[in-house]
Design a protein around this ligand. Structure first.
Ligand SMILES: Cc1cc2nc3c(=O)[nH]c(=O)nc-3n(C[C@H](O)[C@H](O)[C@H](O)COP(=O)(O)OP(=O)(O)OC[C@H]3O[C@@H](n4cnc5c(N)ncnc54)[C@H](O)[C@@H]3O)c2cc1C
Length: 301
């Protein structure tokens, strides 16, 4: 023995897979139409490559969209911020447009993994992957973002309420490419907050909460709460939202909203925490998220 561990067999990180690198959206759409569910789109690779390495995904062909320049960028017009699917998470994080117009998204982005992950990971990749513990799906659900997908027959616009169908599952068809995501710009008097509890900084959230609150003349005119990590999809706390609208912010109101938001929810239990622990964390996040959002809203009036 020379002290080194020897691994027999060929050193294979990834399974054998065909590789295509289109440079335009129409080319990518044609390839998807040709291969359908035999193909996987490769964006930042931060979720897909580990799945391939662990043999949890078995595509016959990878369609690498990193060379499609038109899929990257942030723009704002008519009260909507549009983010191209291939926009890296760090680019959105550093965008002045995102910070000014979609502060909830700006608050969530730095909580995704670490800088190295965000320098490769993309907005479209995170939302197409649809991990229920991820930050961006909860933000998209809270803000009623819209998902623009393109296939051979043309474009479809899918509201966030219909995008997340189940664990790592969206309503995108296998022959469709996610091309952009549209977020409504926050109006006057809107404050927001992204709260989460994770084992360590950079880990996926055990529970996360996206909160947006709009105040007009001191009363709440719009309230949005969406949880991450509490179900197999990001979930809105509709009962708590209904309670809040028309009321003035107070600790008592936020306490009652926390109770309503968590009383009928049935979170998963795993090695990170029991269902009961998740429910207690969720209630604390609702109180904290609402107070922070209300303070921000005051500043933006
Ligand atoms: C160590 C580590 C820690 C992480 N921590 C977090 C975290 O705390 N929070 C968090 O949210 N994420 C976390 N991530 C995941 C990270 O945010 C990923 O970047 C993201 O989930 C996937 O984005 P991607 O661009 O890398 O997509 P990829 O991995 O390339 O693709 C992911 C999936 O989406 C599909 N896809 C990608 N783009 C498109 C498109 N345009 N159209 C159709 N389908 C598409 C792919 O086919 C694949 O199924 C972590 C990752 C790692 C490795």
């Amino acid at each position: 023995m020379d002290g080194f561990c020897r691994i027999e067999g060929p050193p294979m990180k990834l399974p054998p897979v065909d590789y295509e690198a289109p440079t335009t959206v129409p080319e990518a759409v044609e390839l998807l139409a040709e291969h359908e569910d035999e193909a996987s789109v490769l964006a930042g690779g931060q979720s897909l490559i580990p799945l391939l390495a662990l043999r949890f995904a078995h595509p016959a062909v990878l369609i690498d969209i990193n060379g499609i320049a038109e899929l990257s960028g942030v723009s704002a017009a008519n009260g909507t911020v549009t983010i191209g699917a291939m926009t890296r998470e760090y680019v959105a994080e550093e965008s002045r447009t995102v910070a000014d117009a979609v502060p909830l998204l700006a608050a969530a982005l730095p909580l995704i993994g670490h800088e190295a992950i965000r320098s490769r990971g993309t907005i479209g990749g995170s939302l197409a992957h649809a991990d229920p513990a991820a930050e961006l799906p909860a933000v998209a659900r809270a803000l009623d973002a819209e998902f623009v997908v393109r296939g051979r027959p043309g474009e479809r616009v899918i509201p966030a309420a219909e995008w997340f169908e189940g664990f790592l599952t969206t309503s995108r068809r296998p022959d469709e490419l996610l091309v952009e995501v549209r977020f409504p710009a926050a109006g006057r008097g809107t404050g927001s907050s992204f709260q989460e509890v994770a084992r360590r900084h950079g880990d996926f959230a055990i529970v996360g909460l996206a909160t947006s609150l709009t105040l007009s003349e001191g009363a709440i005119s719009d309230a949005r709460l969406a949880f991450a990590g509490m179900s197999d999809v990001p979930v809105r706390a509709a009962d708590a939202e209904d309670l809040l609208v028309g009321e003035r912010p107070s600790a008592e109101l936020f306490g009652e909203a926390a109770r309503r938001a968590t009383e009928d929810i049935d979170p998963p239990a795993d090695l990170h925490g029991s269902a009961d622990y998740r429910r207690k964390v969720a209630a604390a996040l609702v109180r904290r998220g609402l107070q922070t959002a209300a303070d921000n809203a005051d500043e933006r009036q």
